[in-house]
Write a protein that binds this ligand. Structure first.
Ligand SMILES: [Zn+2]
Length: 254
């Protein structure tokens, strides 16, 4: 195994729209905590950092359903999650949150640097918009009838009854999962990281350079690389998150 001078250990950030459950603890946080303790017993300089993931669409939807603000939701669950870790003896040096000032600053700086260097593609596309709720909708929040099996509760990305992968265009009678209302298509501009331009060195770096990665992680990356990488949107239309730090990006977050 490779020896490092110092080691930073981190884990997947728990999403702050509910409590952590025992599966999360057993699968992720307890193993990481054990590894950190092991390194420290061997006298290795180690930092153990994690935090709550407090942005994204599901939190805004939960807030809407419960009649409170997204901030109320994340304050509640960040507190619960942090306390669960403490009670289970999982001992982070830093347990932060993505709504913190430093996270907003750092994320903005990443975007600004890439933006200033001209690394993004700007692209306008038509996306589904819920006029009643005044919001663009992710595929998951569009429901309708599955064209393959007739299930009336199919999602815009998948039918959970027959397992088909879908796009919102394929749904019969698509409507909003948030308001139940009809949808319109509206043009919106977003920034994309052209991952296809980096495919060459990513292939070499991952497939040749990191054969020691866990089989499922390596296999997932390999299947994406073999299928050809696509430009990936780094922004979305939402009023909850880290604002896109450029002019003309009002109402868009990273
Ligand atoms: Zn179906």
């Amino acid at each position: 195994m490779k020896e490092f001078k110092r080691t930073l250990v981190t884990c997947a950030l728990p999403y702050a729209n509910g409590p952590v459950h025992i599966g999360h603890l057993a699968g992720v946080y307890v193993p990481a905590d054990i590894y950190v303790r092991y390194l420290r017993m061997r006298g290795k300089e180690t930092l153990f950092v994690c935090g709550s993931d407090e942005h994204g669409v599901p939190i805004t939807i939960k807030a809407r359903k419960e009649g409170c603000s997204p901030q109320d939701i994340v304050d509640k669950y960040h507190g619960i999650i942090k306390k669960s870790f403490k009670d289970f003896g999982i001992d982070f040096d830093i347990y932060s949150r993505t709504s913190s000032k430093i996270h907003h600053q750092t994320a903005s700086e990443f975007f600004k640097k890439l933006y200033d260097e001209g690394k993004f593609i700007e692209k306008e596309s038509l996306q589904y918009f819920d006029e009643q709720a005044n919001t663009f909708l992710a595929d998951r929040y569009i429901v309708g009838t599955c064209p393959k099996c007739g299930n009336e509760g199919a999602y815009g990305d998948q039918c959970e009854k027959c397992g088909s992968t879908l796009s919102p265009e394929e749904l019969i009678n698509p409507h909003s999962a948030i308001s139940g209302g009809a949808l319109v298509k509206k043009a919106t501009k977003h920034w994309y990281l052209p991952l296809d331009q980096y495919e060459g060195w990513l292939k070499e770096w991952i497939l040749e350079g990191h054969k020691e990665w866990k089989t499922n992680v390596y296999g997932q990356c390999k299947s994406w690389l073999d299928g050809g990488l696509l430009p990936r949107a780094v922004s979305r239309d939402l009023d909850w998150g880290v604002p896109v730090p450029v002019e003309g990006a009002e109402g868009k977050v990273l």
